[in-house]
Design a binder for this molecule. Sequence first.
Ligand SMILES: [Zn+2]
Length: 263
Amino acid sequence: MSGLRIPLEGPDGAGTAHALNLLAPNPSPMTLDGTNTWVIGRGEEVLVVDPGPDDPGHLARVAGHLRERRVAAILLTHGHHDHSGGARTFAGLVGAPVRALDPRHRLGDEGLEDGDVLRAGDLELHVVATPGHSFDSLCFWLPEDGAVLTGDTVLGRGTTVIAPDGHLAEYLRSLDRLRAVVERVGAQALLPGHGPVLPDPVGALDGYIAHRRRRLDQIRRAYEGGAVTPRRIVEAVYADVDRSLWPAAEMSVRAQLDYLGLA
Ligand SMILES: [Zn+2]
């Protein structure tokens, strides 16, 4: 078990002993500082998780960072463009397959499934299926560092949204499952798809689960109070949230109304 590598500023260069974040330059309200591309390994062989968007400068920087090391596989936490868009280009640069749950995002014969164990040299990375943010969301547990890569299932700041290809009930089950996993393995850090490393996995997941329950209660109350359209509910419940995020909030409200049986 190794300590966190504490970044001096921002998430670029953050991580744990065998997981390094190289931040993609695509900041936005939805992607926070940008997409975190994770390089996992020690020695000659590495795994690269989420090459990020198809940004030639970023992909060249990641490839350059690897120098002579071989990429055993490129892994996707899910198929959303800010994580997967550069996967094919990057695969061409480093000569590695792309493995993902969704066959449409694979390059090569192998996919990714719950329970799979990947290897970079003598390091193991275990696949934990966490559908919900998107139907194909996965987390990766790195036992050597006591770290779990969470993609967009848990972000380093704020909370995640349920995308149109996601599912709130599944997401809530995945948060419960992930909480049980991090508690069982004694995880020391969550390495998210956006934002900084989270050093208290159980606390972070408890916060996420409590936030979801609170939002569902607020939405139920707003609905019962007469705000019957998603837009009106956003105005009532997400008044404190930056307006640029309201379309995402509206998407999230639709998912929550559906979950509550009020859609
Ligand atoms: Zn993302």
